[in-house]
Design a protein around this ligand. Sequence first.
Ligand code: IMP
Ligand code: MG
Length: 192
Amino acid sequence: MADANATSRPDGWEGPAIGRVIVDEETLQARVRELGARITDDYAGRAPLLVGVLKGACLFLSDLARAISLPVELDFMAVSSYGSATRTSGVVRIVKDLDLDLTGRHVIIVEDIVDSGLTLAYLRRNLAARHPASLAVCALLIKEGLQTVEQDLAYEGFRIPPEFVVGYGLDVAERYRNLPYIAAYLEGAAGA
Ligand code: IMP
Ligand code: MG
């Protein structure tokens, strides 16, 4: 079997806008496995439907699904929130809706990051109205102290400081989603 550590990446390809590492790859992967194990226990005997919020949650969702030892199904939704690149306005538009009917399903919304919580609050209301048997949220990152909307998060990855981060699905203008860790984004750094 190939050694995963044999993959060498040239240092510095990320560029100068990538600041300190907030959650390293090993810690991230260990937590995703833990969340998967908890979901496996909690949903024993059922086939949960994981709803990934595109595009940010796609890397998290693909690792999480593989950490769940149950017959899961996947579906995706794409939303866009009006506002500037690094701030959400809370007004959410569905760009791509789900393919599947949620009636009677055990649905888990898989989100990359909860900042103000407005996007998640909107999604929760929207999906709850489709008569799922149950609805839970699994969010990888929660920004400390910033939620304007109270959230009931069944599964949480990490609480992080309230700064802009990239990597593991999270982007700035579509870049940095493929970083295997979460890092601070240095606004205004050369080349950003
Ligand atoms: P909220 O509605 O303020 O909770 O914002 C949630 C959405 O904003 C997330 O799903 C992300 O797409 C985006 N977002 C919020 N904070 C960050 C960040 O630090 N990096 C990248 N995207 C973010
Ligand atoms: Mg985004």
